[in-house]
Design a protein around this ligand. Structure first.
Ligand code: GLU
Length: 287
Protein backbone atom coordinates (compact mmCIF):
# COMPACT_ATOMS: atom_id res chain seq x y z
CA UNK A 1 0.00 0.00 0.00
CA UNK A 2 1.32 3.41 -0.92
CA UNK A 3 1.32 5.71 2.06
CA UNK A 4 -0.45 9.02 1.62
CA UNK A 5 -0.55 11.62 4.32
CA UNK A 6 -1.94 15.12 4.31
CA UNK A 7 -1.96 18.47 6.09
CA UNK A 8 -5.33 20.19 6.10
CA UNK A 9 -5.20 23.73 7.49
CA UNK A 10 -8.29 25.88 7.93
CA UNK A 11 -7.65 29.36 6.55
CA UNK A 12 -8.79 31.14 9.69
CA UNK A 13 -5.45 32.88 10.25
CA UNK A 14 -1.76 32.67 9.48
CA UNK A 15 0.36 29.58 10.11
CA UNK A 16 1.00 29.29 13.85
CA UNK A 17 3.02 26.91 15.97
CA UNK A 18 0.23 24.36 16.48
CA UNK A 19 -0.40 24.05 12.77
CA UNK A 20 3.34 23.87 12.01
CA UNK A 21 3.56 20.89 14.39
CA UNK A 22 0.77 19.12 12.47
CA UNK A 23 2.41 19.98 9.16
CA UNK A 24 5.87 18.76 10.26
CA UNK A 25 4.48 15.63 11.98
CA UNK A 26 2.45 14.59 8.94
CA UNK A 27 5.33 15.41 6.57
CA UNK A 28 7.83 13.31 8.59
CA UNK A 29 5.47 10.29 8.65
CA UNK A 30 4.84 10.53 4.90
CA UNK A 31 8.51 10.94 4.01
CA UNK A 32 9.55 8.18 6.42
CA UNK A 33 7.11 5.81 4.67
CA UNK A 34 8.41 6.85 1.24
CA UNK A 35 4.87 8.05 0.53
CA UNK A 36 3.19 11.22 -0.61
CA UNK A 37 2.41 14.31 1.42
CA UNK A 38 -0.69 16.17 0.24
CA UNK A 39 -2.31 19.46 1.12
CA UNK A 40 -5.96 20.30 1.57
CA UNK A 41 -7.32 23.75 2.32
CA UNK A 42 -10.38 23.49 4.57
CA UNK A 43 -12.08 26.59 3.20
CA UNK A 44 -15.69 25.46 3.63
CA UNK A 45 -16.59 28.03 6.25
CA UNK A 46 -16.47 31.45 4.56
CA UNK A 47 -17.65 33.43 7.63
CA UNK A 48 -14.69 32.12 9.67
CA UNK A 49 -12.13 32.64 6.93
CA UNK A 50 -9.45 35.31 7.28
CA UNK A 51 -8.96 36.95 3.90
CA UNK A 52 -5.69 35.95 2.28
CA UNK A 53 -4.79 33.35 4.91
CA UNK A 54 -5.11 30.32 2.62
CA UNK A 55 -2.58 31.79 0.21
CA UNK A 56 -0.37 32.93 3.10
CA UNK A 57 -0.32 29.42 4.62
CA UNK A 58 0.39 27.80 1.26
CA UNK A 59 3.19 30.28 0.62
CA UNK A 60 4.66 29.77 4.10
CA UNK A 61 4.97 25.96 3.96
CA UNK A 62 7.81 25.84 1.37
CA UNK A 63 9.64 28.46 3.41
CA UNK A 64 9.60 25.92 6.27
CA UNK A 65 10.98 23.28 3.89
CA UNK A 66 7.62 21.54 3.47
CA UNK A 67 6.91 20.87 -0.18
CA UNK A 68 3.80 18.93 -1.15
CA UNK A 69 3.66 16.27 -3.84
CA UNK A 70 0.58 17.63 -5.62
CA UNK A 71 -1.29 20.93 -5.92
CA UNK A 72 -3.54 21.59 -2.91
CA UNK A 73 -7.17 20.49 -2.85
CA UNK A 74 -9.51 23.36 -1.97
CA UNK A 75 -12.70 22.31 -0.20
CA UNK A 76 -14.43 25.38 -1.63
CA UNK A 77 -14.15 23.65 -5.02
CA UNK A 78 -15.59 20.35 -3.85
CA UNK A 79 -19.27 21.20 -3.47
CA UNK A 80 -20.39 18.65 -6.10
CA UNK A 81 -18.66 15.80 -4.28
CA UNK A 82 -20.25 16.79 -0.95
CA UNK A 83 -23.66 17.11 -2.63
CA UNK A 84 -23.25 13.62 -4.02
CA UNK A 85 -22.32 12.18 -0.61
CA UNK A 86 -25.20 14.04 1.02
CA UNK A 87 -27.69 12.70 -1.53
CA UNK A 88 -26.47 9.17 -0.91
CA UNK A 89 -27.05 9.62 2.83
CA UNK A 90 -30.45 11.14 2.17
CA UNK A 91 -31.45 8.30 -0.17
CA UNK A 92 -30.53 5.84 2.59
CA UNK A 93 -32.64 7.85 5.08
CA UNK A 94 -29.57 8.48 7.21
CA UNK A 95 -30.08 12.26 7.47
CA UNK A 96 -32.95 14.43 8.64
CA UNK A 97 -33.72 18.14 8.65
CA UNK A 98 -33.48 19.91 11.99
CA UNK A 99 -34.64 23.36 13.08
CA UNK A 100 -33.38 23.18 16.68
CA UNK A 101 -31.50 26.27 17.80
CA UNK A 102 -28.29 26.09 19.80
CA UNK A 103 -30.10 27.48 22.81
CA UNK A 104 -32.88 24.90 22.61
CA UNK A 105 -30.34 22.12 22.32
CA UNK A 106 -28.24 23.47 25.17
CA UNK A 107 -31.35 23.53 27.37
CA UNK A 108 -32.02 19.91 26.45
CA UNK A 109 -28.52 18.80 27.51
CA UNK A 110 -26.56 19.80 24.43
CA UNK A 111 -26.82 16.52 22.50
CA UNK A 112 -29.33 15.78 19.76
CA UNK A 113 -30.48 12.15 19.96
CA UNK A 114 -32.56 9.59 18.12
CA UNK A 115 -33.54 11.92 15.30
CA UNK A 116 -35.77 13.72 17.78
CA UNK A 117 -35.99 17.49 17.22
CA UNK A 118 -36.95 19.81 20.02
CA UNK A 119 -38.07 22.50 17.61
CA UNK A 120 -41.05 22.07 15.31
CA UNK A 121 -40.45 21.94 11.57
CA UNK A 122 -40.46 25.42 10.05
CA UNK A 123 -40.78 24.72 6.35
CA UNK A 124 -40.30 28.39 5.52
CA UNK A 125 -36.78 28.38 7.01
CA UNK A 126 -33.87 26.30 5.73
CA UNK A 127 -32.97 23.49 8.16
CA UNK A 128 -29.65 22.09 9.25
CA UNK A 129 -29.22 18.45 8.26
CA UNK A 130 -28.10 15.93 10.84
CA UNK A 131 -26.87 12.40 10.51
CA UNK A 132 -29.00 9.87 12.37
CA UNK A 133 -26.66 8.33 14.91
CA UNK A 134 -27.54 4.93 16.38
CA UNK A 135 -26.50 3.50 19.72
CA UNK A 136 -23.15 2.32 18.43
CA UNK A 137 -19.70 2.30 20.00
CA UNK A 138 -16.83 3.08 17.67
CA UNK A 139 -13.43 1.74 18.68
CA UNK A 140 -10.15 2.39 16.91
CA UNK A 141 -6.45 2.24 17.64
CA UNK A 142 -4.77 5.60 17.42
CA UNK A 143 -1.10 5.10 16.62
CA UNK A 144 -0.05 7.48 19.41
CA UNK A 145 -3.01 7.86 21.76
CA UNK A 146 -3.82 4.13 21.89
CA UNK A 147 -7.17 2.38 21.93
CA UNK A 148 -10.13 4.77 21.73
CA UNK A 149 -13.80 4.07 22.26
CA UNK A 150 -16.75 6.37 21.92
CA UNK A 151 -20.45 5.66 22.15
CA UNK A 152 -21.73 7.91 19.41
CA UNK A 153 -25.26 8.26 20.69
CA UNK A 154 -24.16 9.21 24.21
CA UNK A 155 -21.11 11.29 23.41
CA UNK A 156 -21.79 12.88 20.04
CA UNK A 157 -25.45 12.44 19.15
CA UNK A 158 -26.99 13.20 15.77
CA UNK A 159 -24.44 15.59 14.30
CA UNK A 160 -24.81 18.31 11.70
CA UNK A 161 -23.45 17.50 8.29
CA UNK A 162 -25.00 20.42 6.41
CA UNK A 163 -25.50 23.72 8.14
CA UNK A 164 -28.46 26.09 8.03
CA UNK A 165 -26.44 28.43 5.81
CA UNK A 166 -26.09 25.60 3.28
CA UNK A 167 -22.38 24.94 3.94
CA UNK A 168 -21.31 21.37 4.50
CA UNK A 169 -19.89 20.64 7.91
CA UNK A 170 -16.26 19.72 8.46
CA UNK A 171 -16.89 16.01 9.19
CA UNK A 172 -18.60 15.34 5.88
CA UNK A 173 -16.10 17.32 3.83
CA UNK A 174 -13.17 15.73 5.68
CA UNK A 175 -14.18 12.11 5.09
CA UNK A 176 -15.14 12.70 1.45
CA UNK A 177 -11.80 14.40 0.79
CA UNK A 178 -9.62 12.00 2.77
CA UNK A 179 -11.05 9.24 0.58
CA UNK A 180 -10.75 11.32 -2.61
CA UNK A 181 -7.09 12.06 -1.93
CA UNK A 182 -6.46 8.40 -1.07
CA UNK A 183 -5.15 9.31 2.38
CA UNK A 184 -3.93 6.20 4.20
CA UNK A 185 -2.99 7.85 7.50
CA UNK A 186 -4.32 11.03 9.09
CA UNK A 187 -1.71 12.75 11.26
CA UNK A 188 -3.19 15.78 13.02
CA UNK A 189 -3.57 17.50 16.37
CA UNK A 190 -5.15 15.76 19.30
CA UNK A 191 -7.97 18.31 19.44
CA UNK A 192 -9.55 16.21 16.68
CA UNK A 193 -9.25 12.86 18.49
CA UNK A 194 -12.85 12.93 19.66
CA UNK A 195 -14.07 13.87 16.15
CA UNK A 196 -12.56 10.68 14.75
CA UNK A 197 -15.35 8.26 15.79
CA UNK A 198 -17.88 10.48 13.99
CA UNK A 199 -15.67 10.46 10.92
CA UNK A 200 -15.27 6.68 11.06
CA UNK A 201 -19.03 6.30 11.32
CA UNK A 202 -19.55 8.58 8.32
CA UNK A 203 -16.99 6.56 6.36
CA UNK A 204 -19.02 3.44 7.11
CA UNK A 205 -22.27 5.13 6.10
CA UNK A 206 -20.69 6.20 2.80
CA UNK A 207 -18.75 2.95 2.23
CA UNK A 208 -15.44 4.85 2.30
CA UNK A 209 -12.20 3.36 3.58
CA UNK A 210 -11.03 4.24 7.09
CA UNK A 211 -7.42 5.47 7.17
CA UNK A 212 -5.07 5.05 10.11
CA UNK A 213 -5.03 7.83 12.70
CA UNK A 214 -2.11 9.35 14.58
CA UNK A 215 -3.05 12.26 16.82
CA UNK A 216 -0.14 14.45 17.85
CA UNK A 217 -0.03 16.13 21.25
CA UNK A 218 -1.83 19.42 21.29
CA UNK A 219 0.41 22.45 21.84
CA UNK A 220 -0.72 24.53 24.79
CA UNK A 221 0.22 28.12 25.57
CA UNK A 222 1.68 29.25 28.88
CA UNK A 223 -1.82 29.49 30.33
CA UNK A 224 -2.62 25.88 29.34
CA UNK A 225 -4.88 26.92 26.47
CA UNK A 226 -4.86 25.53 22.94
CA UNK A 227 -2.78 27.63 20.57
CA UNK A 228 -5.40 28.64 18.10
CA UNK A 229 -5.18 30.39 14.81
CA UNK A 230 -8.40 32.21 15.52
CA UNK A 231 -6.88 33.68 18.66
CA UNK A 232 -4.07 34.91 16.42
CA UNK A 233 -1.68 33.37 18.97
CA UNK A 234 1.67 34.02 17.33
CA UNK A 235 1.73 33.89 13.56
CA UNK A 236 5.05 32.40 12.48
CA UNK A 237 7.43 34.41 10.37
CA UNK A 238 8.21 32.51 7.13
CA UNK A 239 11.15 34.87 6.56
CA UNK A 240 12.84 33.41 9.65
CA UNK A 241 11.78 29.74 9.62
CA UNK A 242 14.60 28.05 11.54
CA UNK A 243 13.69 28.87 15.17
CA UNK A 244 10.06 27.77 14.80
CA UNK A 245 11.04 24.66 12.84
CA UNK A 246 13.55 23.68 15.54
CA UNK A 247 10.89 24.23 18.19
CA UNK A 248 8.35 22.14 16.28
CA UNK A 249 10.85 19.26 15.94
CA UNK A 250 11.77 19.51 19.62
CA UNK A 251 8.07 19.52 20.52
CA UNK A 252 7.75 16.24 18.59
CA UNK A 253 10.85 14.78 20.33
CA UNK A 254 12.59 14.47 16.96
CA UNK A 255 16.39 14.56 17.07
CA UNK A 256 18.02 16.74 14.49
CA UNK A 257 21.28 18.42 13.65
CA UNK A 258 22.44 21.57 15.40
CA UNK A 259 24.45 22.61 12.37
CA UNK A 260 21.82 22.56 9.61
CA UNK A 261 21.46 26.01 8.16
CA UNK A 262 18.39 25.63 5.94
CA UNK A 263 14.91 24.22 6.67
CA UNK A 264 15.46 21.54 4.02
CA UNK A 265 18.72 20.41 5.64
CA UNK A 266 17.16 20.47 9.11
CA UNK A 267 14.22 18.34 7.96
CA UNK A 268 16.51 15.92 6.12
CA UNK A 269 18.55 15.50 9.30
CA UNK A 270 15.33 15.02 11.29
CA UNK A 271 14.18 12.32 8.91
CA UNK A 272 17.40 10.43 9.37
CA UNK A 273 16.62 7.93 12.12
CA UNK A 274 13.05 9.21 12.56
CA UNK A 275 10.55 6.61 13.80
CA UNK A 276 6.82 7.52 13.87
CA UNK A 277 6.37 5.30 16.94
CA UNK A 278 8.77 7.58 18.85
CA UNK A 279 6.55 10.64 18.48
CA UNK A 280 5.24 11.71 21.89
CA UNK A 281 2.18 9.85 23.12
CA UNK A 282 1.00 12.66 25.39
CA UNK A 283 -2.38 14.27 24.80
CA UNK A 284 -1.05 17.80 25.34
CA UNK A 285 2.31 19.51 25.77
CA UNK A 286 3.44 23.05 26.46
CA UNK A 287 4.48 24.73 23.19
N1 GLU B 1 -8.76 21.96 9.16
C1 GLU B 1 -8.62 21.41 10.47
C2 GLU B 1 -7.87 22.37 11.35
O1 GLU B 1 -7.12 23.19 10.86
C3 GLU B 1 -7.87 20.09 10.48
C4 GLU B 1 -8.64 19.05 9.81
C5 GLU B 1 -8.02 17.68 9.86
O2 GLU B 1 -6.79 17.55 9.97
O3 GLU B 1 -8.79 16.74 9.74
O4 GLU B 1 -8.00 22.28 12.56
Amino acid sequence: MNYRGRFAPSPTGLLHFGSLVAAVGSWLCARHAGGQWLLRVDDIDPPREAAGSAQAILAALPAFGLAADAPPLFQSQRRAAYDEAFERLRAADLVFPCWCSRTQLAEAGGIHRDGHCIARPQPARPPAWRLRVPDVTIAFDDALQGRQRQNLRDEAGDFVIRRVEGFYAYHLACVVDDAFQGVTEVVRGNDLLDSTPRQIWLQRCLSLPTPGYRHLPLALDAGGRKLSKSEQAHPLNPADPMPALRRALAFLDVQTSATSSTPQALLAAALDGFEPACLPHAATRPA
